[in-house]
Ligand binder design. Sequence first.
Ligand code: GTP
Ligand code: IMP
Ligand code: MG
Length: 424
Amino acid sequence: MPATCVVGMQWGDEGKGKIVDLMSEGCDLVVRYQGGANAGHSVVIGEQSYAMHQIPSGILREGVTCVIASGVVLDPEELEAEVAGLVEKGIDLDGRLWISDRAHVVMPYHKTLDRLREAALGDAKIGTTARGIGPCYADKYNRSGLRVADLVKPAGAADRIRRAVAVKNAEIVNLHGSEPLDADAVVEQFLAYAEWLRPRACDTAVRINDALDAGRHVFFEGAQGSLLDIDFGTYPFVTSSNASAAGLAAGAGVSPRRVDRFIGVAKAYTSRVGAGPCPTELKDAVGDRIRERGREYGTTTGRPRRTGWFDAVSVRQSVRIGHIDELAVTLIDVLTGFETLNVCVAYNLDGARVEHLPADAEALDRCRPVYETLPGWQEELGGITSFDDLPAAARDYVTLIEERVGAPVRTVSVGPERGQTIRR
Ligand code: GTP
Ligand code: IMP
Ligand code: MG
């Protein structure tokens, strides 16, 4: 398959990092096209585990070139730390990382404002990762952002940074009563990043399209998940980019017609971090058991994730808007040990049956799940390598998911390691 895209079907953390690492073997390019350092992809290879935030998971495969495309909001400070961490673990990045000159840069004031705006929201806060993602995308759409191309220019970057800091300081000081940023310090810090970025900055859309023209294999790696999509997620409790399959075209500069296969990654249950509606959330011992078995604590922030039963209504929407060809169902091993398992197949909203995700977050909050209940299984699944060897109840569970969300499950992940994966 020359062009494949992996995209999250839920609220992020579906295990996309593992699936991309696994499937990017033999690929030429792996491309991140939206989001930023809010993402946390964990990949486990043998004894070693890696946490990627901005660099595509393909970096762990030899011979793969990684691309941070124009739709990403690039945080050079976090990137520096990420690169250092990978180099320390023996990953060679030389010449293997291209960064779009069109990508917007996350500046220190974006992170400060993310924190201050969240604090000002009080109980209505979104629960962001505080990585400056929303403020940076807001500047992009306000046409006042700073791009990699602006930063790496031989002249003018310092003045632009100074002007931007002055504007943001007005909000930081006058609206939030907080300490202003030191413009000179920001200039010095970012001119140093510019040196590092300059040899890596390029027109990534040209390079990706050239690679596709030459028949090379390109893998696109979505971050977050379709239910956090700015347009189709549970607004306003979403991230500020198109985290559904729709983000690819604008974020990479590649026509959706060029992508041969969209793979949706869905957890066998639900997790969500941050605020916002989650109809199948379990605030009880069952939810706790899922959290502990699934080690559901954020890769980026360490926050405990909210957990619940699989929600086929919302995943069906993600499958539909992404025209998903096949699903990878991950973390099914976490569900071992339950007498019965529930799958939400519809919602009850104020007495009426609802089969589509309502646009209004308050309405979604009032939705009560309508469950289909299946028998559970007691066997540990981590060592199973073929679909037929799964317990019958686990196979039935996967089949029900396929039927209810409308896409075939071609991959079942039974543990964090590369080898703990069943292909059908
Ligand atoms: P975002 O880009 O932040 O949305 O993250 P992600 O989709 O890459 O997922 P993330 O790595 O944050 O979370 C998935 C976690 O589950 C990681 O710790 C993985 O190592 C782990 N994991 C992946 N697949 C499986 C699986 O099948 N079983 C178990 N037990 N763990 C898994
Ligand atoms: P932001 O992207 O930091 O603005 O956060 C907005 C919402 O998206 C919050 O609910 C975050 O918890 C959530 N979010 C952002 N990135 C991720 C991710 O990679 N995994 C899971 N949730 C995320
Ligand atoms: Mg994550």
